[in-house]
Design a binder for this molecule. Structure first.
Ligand SMILES: [Zn+2]
Ligand SMILES: [Zn+2]
Length: 261
C-alpha cells in the first residue's frame, strides 16, 4: 500500500520527525511512501516564504531507511503566477523522486484564512480558487502531479462545508485537467478531506473524468502532517481506483511506476 503525500518536521507546519512518521507508516502496513515537504510561496514575492533548508532535508531523509518500507524523497511546491523560475531553481539543486504542484493561495489569501471567504459567495470562493489553479497550470510545467485540485473546500472557514463536486465546475475542471494531461502530468487524490466532510480532494467524479479526457497518471496521498494520519484512507481510495484505472502510480526519480491493484 502507498502514501505519496506526507509531511514531516522538515515542513514549516509539522513538528513530527521523519523517522517517527516512517515507523508509523510501516506499522500502518504501507510498503512505499513519499515525503513531500512544503516548498511554498506566499502571494507577495517580498514575504518570508515557507521553504525548507536543503541541508535539513538531507539530514532528515538521506540516511532514513526501514526494512520493508520503500521511502521516496519528494516535495510539494506551491504554485503561483510569479514563481515558475523560483521552483525551477529548487529542482535544479536536488534530484527529487516526486514533485507535487499545489495551489494554496488565491485572491491573496489561503482559503484556510477566514479573510478569503469575506464578501464572497461560496460559488465565487470555489471558482476564484479554480481560476488560480488554471492560471498556474498554464504557467508551470515542472511538476509531476497536480495536488488536491479541490483544496478550497477543505477549509474550516468554508461556510458551505460541502464537497466541490465535478458538476458544479465541470468546464473549468475540464480545462485544468486537459492542460495537465497534455503536459504529461498526473493528478493526485488527496484523502485529507474525508474526515472534514468534503470527500476526497478531488472526489472520484473528477477522477473518472480525468480518465475520460486521457489522463493516465494518478497518485494517492494522505497529506498527513503527523504520525497518526499516515496512510489514512489510502487503502480504500486505491481500492476504489480499481474500477477506474485498475492501477495506482508511485514515483522514483520523477518517473511514474504503475502498480496493478
Ligand atoms: Zn497542499
Ligand atoms: Zn501537503
Amino acid at each position: 500500500m502507498f502514501d505519496f503525500h506526507i509531511h514531516s518536521s522538515v515542513s514549516f507546519d509539522s513538528d513530527t520527525p521523519a523517522s517517527d512518521i516512517a515507523q508509523a507508516a510501516k506499522q500502518a502496513g504501507l510498503c512505499e511512501i513519499c515525503f513531500t515537504d512544503h516548498w511554498d510561496y506566499l502571494p507577495n514575492p517580498n514575504d518570508a516564504h515557507n521553504l525548507f533548508s536543503l541541508n535539513e532535508y538531507s539530514q532528515a531523509y538521506d540516511k532514513l531507511s526501514i526494512d520493508g518500507l520503500t521511502i521516496r524523497r519528494g516535495v510539494e511546491i506551491g504554485l503561483n503566477e510569479w514563481n515558475a523560475s523560483e521552483c525551477k531553481k529548487l529542482l535544479s539543486k536536488r534530484d527529487f523522486d516526486f514533485v507535487i504542484g499545489s495551489v494554496h493561495y488565491a485572491d491573496g489569501y489561503d482559503p484556510y484564512d477566514k479573510k478569503y471567504w469575506d464578501n464572497k459567495s461560496v460559488e465565487k470562493a470555489y471558482m476564484r480558487y479554480l481560476e488560480k489553479v488554471l492560471e498556474c497550470v498554464k504557467l508551470h510545467t515542472d511538476f509531476d502531479v497536480l495536488g488536491h485540485l479541490t483544496y478550497v473546500c477543505k477549509s474550516p472557514n468554508n461556510p458551505f462545508h460541502a464537497p466541490l463536486s465535478y458538476r458544479e465546475c465541470g468546464d473549468i475542471a475540464d480545462e485544468i485537467m486537459s492542460i495537465i494531461i497534455s503536459n504529461g502530468k498526473g493528478m493526485e487524490i488527496n484523502t485529507s478531506g474525508v474526515d472534514r466532510g468534503v470527500d476526497l480532494l478531488p472526489s472520484l467524479d473528477y477522477v473518472r473524468r480525468f480518465k475520460e479526457l486521457g489522463g493516465e497518471i494518478i497518485t494517492v496521498g494522505s497529506d498527513s502532517h503527523d504520525a497518526t494520519r499516515v496512510g489514512q484512507y489510502c487503502h480504500t481510495t486505491i481500492d476504489a481506483l480499481n474500477d477506474i484505472f485498475g492501477y495506482v502510480c508511485t514515483f522514483e526519480k520523477r518517473r511514474p511506476i504503475f502498480h496493478k491493484i
